[in-house]
Design a protein around this ligand. Structure first.
Ligand SMILES: Cc1ncc(COP(=O)(O)O)c(C=O)c1O
Length: 363
């Protein structure tokens, strides 16, 4: 028995895996696996429309937003978002973590070939992204295309829980690591995107939720990158990641069965509280996050007072079945990713191990 603390791809609900196993060889008496179904047939059409309807319900997505199941990872959205939304305009970026920085860097690359102006609203890189950038809405030109934020900084362990004011400019949110784990108000966003591999399903699906009036008015040089074409074809412009969408649909049903996003957020807060309480009451462990209110409830980062001790912690934890607890290679330390499907008992067990490890090693 082990616990998988991986940041993504990460733990999936056992019930979902079991259901997929049961249906693996014969989906809905079709005599075929979901992997073998044509994406133009009635079975897959049903899978896709049910997945969309469940997500719309779970996140209370209004009808004037399109839901797209794409490929290319969240990283492709770093380019697709400005390409579709920002031509001829300014676009603001908040660099509070490595992925926010990447989004800005990709936007700058694109700005060399497409007419738009990416502007950084600030970066906390100098202090290791240990806190969020703060900015005033008066800094934002009301004519700008959007303000891009990363809701949960997967690597550094910070998160935005109070959405910023943007002077009427649409908010674009990279929600890769806390979609369905935190109950955000979708109507506050012009566009949301997320890689599936943390809270939604297996890697290979990228979710985009976009307000209809933001679909591009200009022709995009690639149909595969054109939100309007992708939306008009209901994510079926080309062959979609069919099995991943099927799995996402099962995960959406699972989230619903547990009481929806608010119930899961409450559970995630409880799990995170257990860990942060342990970190706070000990002088052996520290949180690298500067402000308590900015601590992520999905990725709990912590460390001891030396990289050698961290290494020992990770090795012993691994031996005991606490898998993938090593922090991201760019920051070191430890990271417990405790997304929706991660069980409360696993966090409890980890806290027990942390206490024992401290007792043995805090000499
Ligand atoms: C917040 C965030 N944005 C973007 C990415 C990149 O996602 P992908 O690997 O799907 O391109 C990740 C991956 O972990 C992430 O956590």
């Amino acid at each position: 028995m082990g616990y998988n603390f991986a940041a993504g791809p990460s733990v999936l609900p056992a019930e979902v895996l079991k259901k997929a196993q049961e249906e693996l060889l014969d989906y809905a008496h079709s005599g075929m696996s979901v992997m073998e179904l044509t994406h133009r047939g009635p079975e897959f059409s049903d899978i896709l429309s049910r997945a969309k309807a469940s997500l719309r319900d779970l996140m209370q997505i209004p009808e004037n937003y399109k839901i797209l199941f794409l490929q290319g990872g969240a990283s492709t959205q770093f380019t697709m978002v400005p390409l579709n939304l920002a031509q001829g305009k300014k676009a603001y970026y908040v660099e509070s973590g490595s992925f926010g920085k990447k989004a800005f860097t990709e936007a700058q690359k694109l700005a060399k070939v497409i007419d738009f102006e990416p502007i950084s609203l600030g970066s906390t890189e100098q202090s290791g992204f240990d806190h969020l950038v703060s900015f005033a809405s008066s800094q934002i030109d009301p004519e700008a295309a959007y303000v891009h934020v990363t809701l949960n900084n997967t690597i550094e362990g910070t998160a935005i829980y109070d959405l910023p004011e943007t002077n009427g400019v649409p908010l674009v949110g990279d929600m890769s690591s806390d979609i369905l784990a935190v109950n955000y108000d979708v109507t506050r966003f012009g566009l949301i995107y997320a890689g599936a591999q943390k809270n939604i399903g297996p890697a290979g699906v990228t979710l985009v939720i976009v307000r209809e009036d933001l679909l591009p008015q200009v022709e995009i040089f690639s149909s595969m990158m054109d939100y309007r074409i992708l939306a008009e074809n209901d994510s079926l412009y080309n062959t979609p990641p069919t099995f991943g969408i099927y799995m996402a649909g099962l995960v959406f049903d699972w989230v619903k069965s547990l009481g929806g996003v608010p119930a899961l957020e409450e559970n995630n807060r409880k799990k995170a509280r257990l860990l942060y309480d342990e970190i706070d009451q000990s002088s052996f462990y520290q949180s690298p996050v500067k402000f308590e209110e900015e601590r992520s409830i999905c990725n709990v980062t912590f460390r001891t007072n030396s990289p050698e001790m961290d290494k020992k912690f990770i090795a012993e934890a691994d031996q005991l079945g606490f898998k993938n607890i090593k922090g991201h290679r760019s920051v070191g330390g430890m990271r417990a990713s405790i997304y929706n499907a991660f069980p409360y008992e696993g966090v409890n067990e980890l806290v027990k191990f942390m206490k024992e490890f401290e007792e043995k090693n805090d000499l």
